[in-house]
Design a protein around this ligand. Structure first.
Ligand SMILES: [Zn+2]
Length: 417
């Protein structure tokens, strides 16, 4: 589990970090664009000691230890020498409250009380979510590179902890998440995240990790693409499968209906559908196993729960929901030797989890629940129903910009409460 970085401004890749002399903190590879940002970075670096100084108890002994970074860009070094930096430091000295008040408008960091949580699933195309070869990886790299340069990407769990404790976040705070445990999260997404130095949380499903659960939305996609039948008649609907358009239509209609059943009814329907479709070959093997999950943890990423077998919780009875929530937590904690505190509800829309689900998640000792209801998360949002925007890697910059618009609007349009 990664600690919250001392400084929030996102590091740029390929530049050496620069230390602040005489201090344990590091100011690495700055990307400050304004004096206010420089001031905020410095105040983050000083942390609690800055708070003490602001209260007038300690003074310049740590302020004067700091020198401009020896490495980094000229802009970063200039930012350190800029008046805002000096003002910030001097404001910490016990020079009288009136003077501090007068300076406070310069020293005040650009802070925010809201967090944008972004959620990805698979990176490369699959039967369920097809895309051209290489497009998903390229699009994800573009999206993450832009975020690394424009947003403050923070680790989800620590950031929720701080936000719900009442602390402010830096402006443009973003947390990255990946659902379901597609193997390409490990092989494609993790290397990009590491290269850019971005923290991320992976919501995994024990049943998929052990291979005991069928990812039905992928299996049905594969069965439609590999079907030897020219058409099927299912639940009063007829689908022609000879052309791609017909298979796409069948996929969307069937998935929409299957989502609204409990796991047992869905398994029965899946057997019927597979008999009708008579697919050739083997179903795809798209998900990482326990070893892959361990690797994510060892590489410093956060792993959290996405239920035991990826059921639609609102469609399950209370006992089944309880089992899905508690077993997933227990298995992930036991097999990966980590603490689980966040549940991402499968599918995550308002119709996919219920009031019972939220109560049961609290009883199962989850501290936060993540939905796919599109909006910022603030401390006013219930902790077990945090908001999140789903983003598609193959759509690249366009989809990212669609999500980033929330960063610049105080009250995002279309946000559900
Ligand atoms: Zn999922």
């Amino acid at each position: 589990m990664r600690p919250l970085p001392v400084r929030f401004h996102q590091s740029r890749p390929r530049r050496r970090p620069a230390s602040l002399r005489g201090s344990a903190v590091q100011v690495s590879r700055e990307s400050w664009r304004t004096r206010r940002e420089a001031a905020w970075s410095v105040s983050c670096c000083l942390g609690d000691r800055a708070q003490e100084a602001l209260a007038g108890r300690t003074a310049a002994q740590f302020v004067c230890k700091h020198t401009p970074p020896e490495h980094g860009t000229r802009r970063a070094q200039n930012a350190f020498r800029a008046p805002a930096y000096r003002v910030t430091c001097r404001a910490y000295a016990p020079v009288g409250s009136a003077f501090r008040r007068a300076l406070s408008k310069y020293a005040a960091p650009p802070v925010s009380a809201r967090l944008l949580i972004l959620g990805w699933h698979n990176v490369a195309g699959t039967y369920g979510f097809p895309s051209a070869p290489g497009r998903g990886e390229h699009g994800l790299e573009q999206q993450l590179s832009i975020l690394a340069r424009t947003a403050n990407v923070l680790p989800l769990e620590e950031t929720l902890e701080r936000m719900y404790r009442g602390e402010h976040l830096p402006s443009r705070a973003v947390a990255l998440t990946f659902d379901d445990g597609y193997r390409d999260n490990l092989t494609l997404a993790a290397p990009i995240l590491e290269r850019l130095g971005l923290p991320a949380t992976f919501f995994l499903v024990p049943g998929l990790l052990s291979g005991e659960v069928d990812a039905w939305w992928e299996t049905i996609g594969w069965a439609l693409q590999s079907s030897t039948s020219e058409s099927i008649l299912w639940e009063g609907m007829s689908f022609a499968l000879t052309a791609q358009d017909g298979r796409d239509l069948a996929y969307s209609q069937i998935v929409r209906r299957l989502k609204r059943r409990d796991s047992q009814a869905r398994a029965t329907t899946m057997r019927e559908l597979l008999e009708m479709l008579e697919p050739t070959g083997d179903p795809p093997d798209l998900f990482m196993d326990w070893q892959g999950a361990r690797e994510l943890v060892e590489r410093g990423f956060s792993v959290q729960s996405h239920t035991c077998s990826h059921v639609v919780l609102a469609e399950e009875d209370v006992e089944s929901q309880r089992r899905e929530l508690t077993e997933a937590k227990r298995l992930l904690e036991k097999n990966l030797d980590i603490d689980i505190s966040i549940i991402a509800y499968p599918h995550g829309g308002p119709q996919d989890y219920s009031a019972d689900t939220v109560t049961l998640a609290g009883e199962a000792e989850y501290r936060w629940g993540v939905t796919t209801r599109e909006a910022f998360t603030t401390s006013a949002v219930p902790a077990l129903e945090t908001r999140r925007c789903v983003i598609y890697p193959e759509r690249g910059v366009v989809d990212l910009l669609a999500q980033l618009r929330y960063l610049f609007r105080p009250r995002p349009r279309g946000a559900r409460s």
